[in-house]
Design a protein around this ligand. Structure first.
Ligand code: DI6
Ligand code: FE
Length: 401
């Protein structure tokens, strides 16, 4: 018989239901094995769980464990020197066009073994787990040749063997044009990106297909060729869209029923409407906005009005967002993008799950995985309010400490 446990706490933010934060006061969560089997008030615990082991967390807050729905945590090297160059006046796009930027990380990643990539990623992963994260999306996209793209994805999948965390992988072969295909981006898509996607899928390494639709990367026609193959393979798509300019990427992604369109600072009303109609999640990435001194805000009011769900993620990468704190990301979502603390918490739980196509995590409800975070705070707004403080008391992953 699987072990039953009842967790009790003064505040349980289920992030489901009608109340703000789905709050249950004097709450209890019954867990059997790795699953939540019942949630409600302590006064109403069903008889079936009366004799179970109880853990009393006192006046603390329990939330769903956090989900980082957009990261590039697997890569080789770092770009501190470019950070310095940007502060001496160079722009992100100038550095990219001069062969730095994403391509400098491509060099570092091609030179790294699978072991190196895993070893370098783990400290970043550990920083996220220490803040109550239970699930991390990880993209390829710094290999830009079939061998290195697959190596990145294998390293990403191995994170889940080294740490108690769920990993979802996205194939991002259409991230940048590698030097050997300079000025031949169409040939890169047909000769490298698409065959690498097929090979990665054949090896079972791909959960979703992503792309970078931008002047310094790929145009909508090129992205569409990759999406057509994703569709043929039965893989969901998502897209880095409208980060630095508006090329209509979000609209294209929505036309493929994308799980998410990410960044979207330059998204217009037409793009918002297309996302709303397709049920595509907006993944907002304030770490990149902050790092690049961006001034164009994502259209948060319009997204809200059109009921496009908003997720928040770190975009952890060595160039535009060397960020490994989802709590700081929540604070930035509130202060830079004027999201509410409730939207920020939904954005790293319920909505983040949806951006990854997951329906068994992100809220606290019967039938969901027991992925939970217990915090030394009494009100959920405290999670977004503080800057650089980690109040995590305990994280449960599939019911395990
Ligand atoms: N947009 C981003 O913010 C990351 N990738 C992308 O398409 C940045 C990647 C990098 O600069 O290394
Ligand atoms: Fe990204």
């Amino acid at each position: 018989m699987t072990k039953k446990t009842v967790l009790c706490s003064k505040h349980v933010a289920t992030m489901g239901g009608e109340h703000p934060y789905g709050m249950v006061e004097d709450g209890a969560i019954a867990i059997e094995g790795s699953q939540i089997v019942w949630v409600g008030r302590q006064a109403e615990i069903p008889g079936a769980y009366a004799g179970s082991q109880r853990i009393d967390y006192g006046s603390r807050l329990i939330t769903p464990a956090l989900i980082d729905a957009h990261t590039h945590v697997v890569f080789g090297g770092n770009r501190a020197v470019e950070f310095e160059m940007r502060l001496n006046g160079a722009t992100y796009e100038e550095i990219a066009r001069a062969g730095g930027g994403i391509l400098s990380t491509v060099n570092g990643t091609r030179a790294a073994s699978e072991e190196d990539l895993l070893r370098e990623a783990l400290p970043r992963v550990d920083a996220l787990l220490a803040e109550g994260v239970s699930c991390i999306e990880v993209k390829s996209g710094y290999g830009l040749d079939a061998e290195t793209e697959l190596r990145m994805l294998r390293a990403a999948r191995r994170i889940a063997l080294e740490r108690p965390v769920r990993i979802k992988t996205s194939f991002l072969g259409a991230h940048a044009v590698p030097p050997e295909y300079a000025a031949r981006s169409d040939a890169y898509i047909d000769e490298v990106c698409i065959p690498a996607l097929r090979a990665a899928h054949a090896e079972g390494l791909v959960d979703a297909v992503d792309g970078f639709c931008e002047g310094i990367a790929f145009d909508p026609d090129q992205i569409e060729r990759v999406f057509a193959v994703a569709k043929e393979l039965g893989l969901p798509v998502k897209l880095h869209a409208e980060q630095l300019s508006n090329l209509g990427g979000a609209k294209l992604a929505a036309s493929y029923g994308a799980l998410s369109a990410d960044h979207i600072e330059y998204l217009d009303a037409e793009g918002v409407a297309a996302m709303a109609a397709a049920g595509t999640v907006a993944v907002l990435l304030p770490g990149a906005f902050y790092t690049l001194h961006e001034t164009q805000m994502p259209p948060v009011d319009l997204l809200r009005q059109q009921k496009v769900p908003m997720a928040l993620a770190t975009d952890c990468n060595p160039g535009s967002s060397p960020l490994t704190s989802l709590l700081l990301t929540m604070n930035m979502g509130c202060t830079l993008f004027r999201m509410t603390p409730e939207e920020a918490l939904a954005g790293v739980t319920r909505v983040a799950a949806r951006a990854l196509g997951l329906d068994d995590t992100g809220i606290i409800a019967a039938g969901m995985r027991a992925d939970l975070a217990v915090w030394d705070v009494t009100h959920p707004a405290e999670l977004s309010y503080r800057i650089g403080f980690n109040p995590l008391h305990e994280r449960l992953f599939g019911g395990q400490k």
